[in-house]
Every structure is written in structure tokens, then in C-alpha cells.
Design a protein around this ligand. Structure first.
Ligand code: NDP
Length: 515
């Protein structure tokens, strides 16, 4: 056990590299060559800002209501396996009620409001999310297992930013679609996953409302709490009842929602498997559909890339949010001549990653979202070992309870290995090498997915050339996992279709008519 004292001169960047057994920089006045005798002090975020209710209802017509059969399910904290709250479990009758309520609200109030009035509500929601940001961040980390520094610095600010951004468009639809008249589609059925619960809610609700639609949203069963806290924001913002309806429930209730005849638009984010089912369920109807599905992104590092920066980008690309990210850079393609040097640096960096309590402000990798997701990761990692890839995991102690997985790096990976083909959705990086840019493009595109990619090189011309050849909806250059509400996001091939974010995201919620 190491002591828990932090040197007063240490800065944030110092603390990142200072682990037991390393050498103290001279600037700390400890003298070159002295072993650093300390570890990070625990820095837990207080939980008391969150007032958890014992039981949450469905949110229909602006009110909390129990499900029609009175059944509930439990949401647990994946970092401790302890129950957090009981949640009403929507039935088909509840979905029917929610869709009818949304329809009425769309016809009678929301759909008739001038854009500038809708904008006021969206601005209010954005401001309330900012005011209550700490509460949302803590709750999101408790329910999903993601580190507080990510929910605090990424999820919640970006969620608010989406409401700010689309509030700005609500009264400017004529400018977004010049020469056309943009009409709302009607009622949107929205099904979101567990990896970015509040952020995915914002990606979906903000553009829908800005364009004059009303929504029925089904959160993932393992992470319903931030969506249920959001209902409080709707009330605080005085949003007319029925404009936003939240109906937690099992997966199948998602199909009931998507296939309800009163729905005009379906927006789904989740696995490719369920995306295909949803596509089948709306086939033959005139419902609009957007699908944001899985990914197996290539993060490509050329021999002229700044290696230390690339290492940070690789780490951010795959270990951010425990790798439970659809656009995660889960395949590292590294030019053969620098592969050894890069992998050495990466291993050093992995040793500094802190895995543990999501509510500790120093934690880099929190808990895996659920037991079943942990089992899926474990099974795929075992397949990598069995198929002959070399596995590296830095030594680190995992908490005794909760769903945790060590950051994992595979080298010597073949394109045929499952870990190179399947979406693992965990902190697992598979490394392949290439010799020429053409080989890099070929390997990057050798996947059924096409959501995102990264390119690391100092040559602008090479970036442009690679971007034009890769079948990926988003390509980051010399960075990774950057999100912005003004920028469209979406995939090719089995990563889905349609775009969220930016004006493209607005387009998905309007019907364009001639003037
Ligand atoms: P799912 O696709 O099953 O879940 C996403 C959402 O769809 C959840 O709200 C889920 O509800 C809902 N859902 C589940 N079954 C149905 C159905 N038959 N009809 C309509 N909606 C349904 O993902 P999983 O949670 O099962 O994760 C499995 C794998 O999917 C992961 O390992 C990962 O690889 C991938 N994934 C990809 C995501 C992405 O953003 N690309 C996000 C999440 C997962 P419920 O939670 O109640 O089951």
C-alpha cells in the first residue's frame, strides 16, 4: 500500500505520470532519482446532490404514472452492483397511451407554436441542464459506470450544447432549407442506448422539438435514471404536457413503440442486430427512419505522426467511456516501421491509466455498464487469446465488487480474428500493421461497419487523400472522439444511415414541401 499524500508542487500533468516507483522530476525539489513515495489520494465526488427516489413512474402527458400492470424493474449501480431505484416498466398499453398523448400535444399545442416560442423552451432546457449539471453528472456516473470526469466534462455539457444549438434553429427553418417549407413529421419514437444516456437523449429530443415534433423516448433498461431526471427539467421549463414522454421498459417494448401506427418517425441508436429488427418492423410503412449502429473504427498512425500525441489519441479513442463507444478507435493500424516504438509508448501509457470508482475524479476507466456487457467483453478477449493474438494488460487492482475490466491491448492481430472484426464495446484495442497508405485504406475499409476513423500524420495532403478513400461517416485527423452539435454524425454500411447533429440532424425531423 502506498501513502496518499500528493506533493504540493504537483500539477495535473505531473500527477498523470507520477506513479509509485517512477522518478521525481527535478522541478519538484525532491532531487533526481528519488522514488516517488505516494499515490493519488481518493477524490470522490459527493453523491448527496442526487436525491434518488425509491420508485420512478413513466412520464406521460407531463405526469409520473405507474405502468398499467404495476410492474417495475431495478436499475443498479454497475460499480457496486447495488440497486439504485425501482422503475416502472412500460407495457404495450402504456406505449399506446404515450403515443396518443404525444399526437394530441403535437396537433394541439407544440406543432402550432411559432418557431421562436419553441426556441424559448429549448433555451430554457439548455440553461436548466447547465444549472443542474453536477446533479446530472453524478447521477449519470452512478447509473452507467462512466467516470465522473467524463460525465461532468463531456456528456452533460454536450447535452446542454445540443439544446442550445437546436434552440437557435427552431425559428430559422426557412434558412436551413431555403426555398422549401419545413413541416414537422409528427410523433417521433426514439430508442436510445446505455453508453451515453443523457447525451443520446439530447441528440434525439433537441432536433425533434426544434422542428415541431413531439416524442416518446425509451431509454435503455440499465440506464433509465438521467432520462427520468430530465422529466423534471421538462416540468421546470414548463414544457407543454405530452411534448416529451419517457417510457422505460424492456427491449421488446422498443419494437412495440417503433411499430406503433401512430408514430411518424423512428430514431434508434444501439446494436446493428436490433437496428435490423427495427428496420424490418417499419418496412412497408411511410415512417421516416434513422439508425445509428455499431462500429469498428480504424485509428491509423503513419510513420511521420507525432508519436506522443498519437498515443494520447489512441488512448482517448479506445479507453474513453470504457471503450463503450460506437465510434471507438478499436482497431489501431500502425505503419510497420514505427510499430515497435509506438507499442512501447502505448504500454507505458496504459500503466498510468486508473481503473476504479466512477465517482472518483481521478478515475480514467470506470465500471462496465452491465454484467452481460462484461461477459461479452470477456468472451471476445478470450477469443483473441485463443486465436493467437498477443495480449497485454497493465497491472492494476480492480475493485472487489462491480463490473470492471482492465484496459487491454492486443498485438499480432490478424484481420480474420474476431477481435479485429466484431464490435467489442469495451476497453480493448486490436493492433494491426500496414506498409503503404493503400494497404492502410484497404484494411481500414475491411469491415462491415463504417462509422468513424482516425488518421495521424503531419501531411495535410495525406489526410485529405485518406479521408476521401475511407468509407467512414466521420474521420478525425490528428485527434479522436471530438463531438460538436454543429457537426453531423452517422455511418455507412452496417453502421446505419441518417445523420444526427448539425443541419443534417434537423433534416431528419422535417418533411420538406414546395412553397
Ligand atoms: P441494444 O441494441 O440491444 O440496445 C439499445 C437500445 O435498444 C436499448 O434501449 C434497448 O432496450 C433497445 N432494444 C433492445 N431490444 C430491442 C428490440 N427488440 N426492439 C427495440 N428496441 C430494443 O444493445 P445492447 O444493450 O444489447 O448491447 C449489445 C451490443 O450492442 C453491445 O455490446 C454493443 O456492441 C452494441 N451497442 C452499440 C451501441 C451503439 O451506440 N452503436 C449502443 C449500445 C450497444 P433495453 O436496454 O431495454 O434492452
Amino acid at each position: 500500500m502506498t501513502s496518499a499524500i500528493m506533493h504540493p508542487m504537483a500539477t495535473d500533468s505531473d500527477t498523470r505520470v507520477a506513479t509509485t516507483g517512477e522518478r521525481a522530476p527535478n522541478s519538484w525539489g525532491l532531487g533526481d532519482g528519488q522514488a516517488i513515495p505516494w499515490e493519488y489520494a481518493p477524490a470522490p465526488e459527493a453523491r448527496d446532490i442526487v436525491a434518488l427516489k425509491e420508485r420512478y413512474g413513466l412520464f406521460i402527458g407531463g405526469r409520473d404514472v405507474p405502468s398499467s400492470d404495476g410492474k417495475t424493474f431495478t436499475s443498479i449501480d454497475p460499480s457496486t452492483e447495488q440497486p439504485l431505484a425501482e422503475i416502472s416498466r412500460a407495457t404495450p398499453a402504456d406505449i399506446d397511451k404515450a403515443v396518443r398523448t404525444a399526437r394530441r400535444a403535437q396537433r394541439r399545442s407544440w406543432g402550432n407554436l411559432p418557431g421562436k416560442e419553441r426556441a424559448k423552451y429549448l433555451f430554457r432546457i439548455a440553461r436548466i441542464l447547465q444549472e443542474r449539471s453536477r446533479e446530472f453528472a453524478v447521477l449519470e456516473s452512478m447509473d452507467s459506470g462512466k467516470p465522473i470526469k467524463e460525465s461532468r466534462d463531456v456528456d452533460v455539457p454536450l447535452a446542454a450544447a445540443h439544446f442550445w444549438y437546436y434552440a437557435g434553429w427552431a425559428d430559422k427553418l426557412d434558412y436551413a432549407f431555403p426555398g422549401r417549407v419545413a413541416k414537422p413529421l409528427g410523433v417521433a419514437a426514439q430508442i436510445i442506448p446505455w453508453n451515453f444516456p443523457l447525451l443520446m437523449l439530447s441528440w434525439k429530443i433537441a432536433p425533434a422539438l426544434a422542428a415541431g415534433n413531439t416524442v416518446v423516448l425509451k431509454p435503455a433498461s440499465t440506464t433509465p435514471l438521467s432520462a427520468l431526471l430530465f422529466t423534471d427539467v421538462c416540468r421546470q421549463a414548463d414544457l407543454p404536457p405530452g411534448v416529451v414522454n419517457i417510457t422505460p421498459g424492456p427491449g421488446e417494448i422498443g419494437t412495440v413503440l417503433a411499430s406503433h401506427p401512430g408514430v411518424d418517425k423512428v430514431a434508434f441508436t444501439g446494436s446493428t442486430e436490433i437496428g435490423k429488427k427495427i428496420q424490418k418492423s417499419v418496412a412497408g410503412t411511410d415512417k421516416a427512419l434513422t439508425l445509428e449502429l455499431g462500429g469498428k473504427a480504424a485509428n491509423i498512425v503513419f510513420d511521420d505522426a507525432p508519436l506522443d500525441q498519437a498515443v494520447e489519441g489512441i488512448v482517448n479513442g479506445i479507453y474513453f467511456n470504457q471503450g463503450e463507444v460506437c465510434c471507438a478507435g478499436s482497431r489501431l493500424l500502425v505503419q510497420e516501421s514505427i510499430a515497435d516504438a509506438l507499442i512501447d509508448k502505448l504500454k507505458d501509457r496504459l500503466a498510468t491509466i486508473r481503473v476504479g470508482d466512477p465517482l472518483d475524479k481521478n478515475t480514467d476507466v470506470g465500471a462496465i455498464n452491465s454484467k452481460s456487457q462484461l461477459e461479452k467483453i470477456t468472451e471476445l478477449v478470450q477469443s483473441g487469446v485463443d486465436e493467437g493474438a498477443d495480449m497485454y494488460q497493465p497491472p492494476c487492482d480492480l475493485p472487489e465488487r462491480g463490473y470492471y475490466f482492465r484496459p487491454t491491448l492486443f498485438t499480432n492481430v490478424a484481420q480474420s480474428h474476431r477481435i479485429a472484426r466484431e464490435e467489442i464495446f469495451g476497453p480493448v484495442l486490436s493492433t494491426l500493421t500496414f506498409r503503404t497508405p493503400d494497404e492502410a485504406v484497404e484494411k481500414a475499409n475491411n469491415t462491415v461497419y463504417g462509422l468513424s476513423a482516425g488518421v495521424w500524420t503531419e501531411k495535410g495532403s495525406r489526410i485529405l487523400s485518406m479521408v476521401s478513400k475511407m468509407r467512414a461517416g466521420v474521420v478525425w485527423a490528428n485527434t479522436f472522439n471530438r463531438f460538436d452539435p454543429t457537426s453531423p454524425f452517422g455511418g455507412y454500411k452496417q453502421s446505419g444511415f441518417g445523420r444526427e447533429g448539425g443541419m443534417h440532424g434537423l433534416h431528419a425531423y422535417v418533411r420538406l414541401e414546395d412553397r
